[in-house]
Design a protein around this ligand. Structure first.
Ligand SMILES: O=C1O[C@H](COP(=O)(O)O)[C@@H](O)[C@H](O)[C@H]1O
Length: 225
């Protein structure tokens, strides 16, 4: 288990380098396999990586399936929709040829969609390239510190996809530890001193209280001020 920490001179360099690494890991996988999968976070941090990645020509995007780590249970055009971010920044340009598993189904409640989404995601496991984000509170995907739902989602026998109802704003849907921990390549993108401090703190805590901790085994952390 190795945590590699890569520090970049600025966010632009981080985005260029990380996008290149993700594209090359997907391409390498496609040399020996028919298909590859890319699982990415929403939130505010990853847009610059997506902008660069979406322009990658040397990757056969038609053999790549993309899905989110997690989604807020809102319509795809809602400002808080993670899918909205993806459609605008990743699933465009060359990457528009990728297949997309949308975690928001339009069902009234995320728990009504979780089983079907688990079936939709399962054929794309293990994830070829997993990109994670982290909040200043140490949550990753929609696994939030100290909740009973996070305890269940971190269990080895958790369903692949679970509804999350214990956070403010809107309900959510999230991939769980059994789906995320088996990824072939795992990256974490963080920017700014607060997220770096959150990551350092997480390394001293139990995963239930610092969910990102559950994914800090074989991982490359990409950080810029
Ligand atoms: O709510 C979420 O937050 C995390 C971190 O987002 P950021 O805005 O601090 O970059 C994100 O990784 C997750 O996918 C998202 O749903």
């Amino acid at each position: 288990m190795t945590l590699e920490f890569v520090e970049y001179p600025d966010r632009e360099m981080l985005a260029l380098s990380l996008a290149g690494k993700i594209a090359s890991q997907l391409s390498q996988h496609l040399r020996g396999n028919e298909t590859a999968s890319l699982c990415v976070p929403g939130g505010t941090t990853p847009a610059p990586v997506f902008d660069t990645l979406s322009g990658t020509e040397q990757l056969d995007w038609s053999r790549v399936t993309v899905f989110l780590n997690d989604e807020r249970w809102v319509d795809g055009e809602h400002p808080r929709s993670n899918s909205r971010l993806l459609r605008r920044h990743l699933l465009t340009g060359n990457a528009a040829a990728a297949a997309y598993v949308d975690l928001y189904t339009g069902a009234a409640r995320p728990e009504d969609a979780a089983a079907a989404l688990a079936e939709a995601v399962a054929p794309h496991l293990p994830i070829t390239v997993l990109l994670l984000g982290v909040g200043n509170d140490m949550h990753t995907a929609s696994l939030f510190p100290g909740t009973a739902e996070t305890g269940l989602a971190l269990a080895p026998d958790a369903p692949l996809v679970m509804a999350v109802n214990s956070v403010a704003d809107e309900p959510r849907i999230t991939l769980t530890a059994p789906a995320l921990q088996r990824a072939i390549n795992t990256h974490l993108m963080i920017t700014g001193p607060d997220k770096r401090a959150a990551l350092e703190r997480a390394q001293t805590l139990d995963a239930r209280d610092a969910p990102i901790r559950a994914f800090l085994g074989d991982i490359t952390v990409h950080w810029a001020e």
